[in-house]
Design a protein around this ligand. Structure first.
Ligand code: FES
Length: 114
């Protein structure tokens, strides 16, 4: 790896934030964020050795109302309402073949982000 290459070809951030009990907003951690991290790690075990990918826990990505939320960089793609059964498709389509999974994408029109 030379210094101009990214450390990771794909870096997957899975929100595992967990708010205090009784908080007004739901958080991704309560909605299986840690389960998603494990699923990504499991499904990445058979990736090509030359593809540098990391999946890890992340704090709140501030898209809580649409969680569980997953971000993939350097693409800047955000997935929302991700379920464990969606992980194989994200890995196969996006991580291995650079085709983001359209049905799970966060769109600006679905949030207050402008
Ligand atoms: S708690 Fe997951 S995005 Fe905020």
């Amino acid at each position: 790896m030379n210094t101009e290459e990214p450390v990771y070809h794909k870096h997957i951030f899975v929100c595992t934030n967990q708010r205090k009990e009784g908080a007004a907003r739901l958080s991704c951690g309560e909605a299986h964020g840690l389960e998603l991290v494990s699923a990504f790690k499991e499904h990445l075990k058979n990736k090509p050795a030359e593809l540098r990918v990391r999946a890890q826990k992340a704090g709140c990505l501030d898209i809580c109302d649409f969680g569980p939320t997953v971000a993939v960089y350097p693409d800047g793609v955000f997935y929302v309402n991700v379920q464990p059964e969606d992980v194989p498709e994200i890995v196969h389509e996006h991580i291995l073949n650079n085709r983001p999974v359209q049905r799970l994408l966060l769109t600006r029109s679905s949030t207050k982000l402008q």
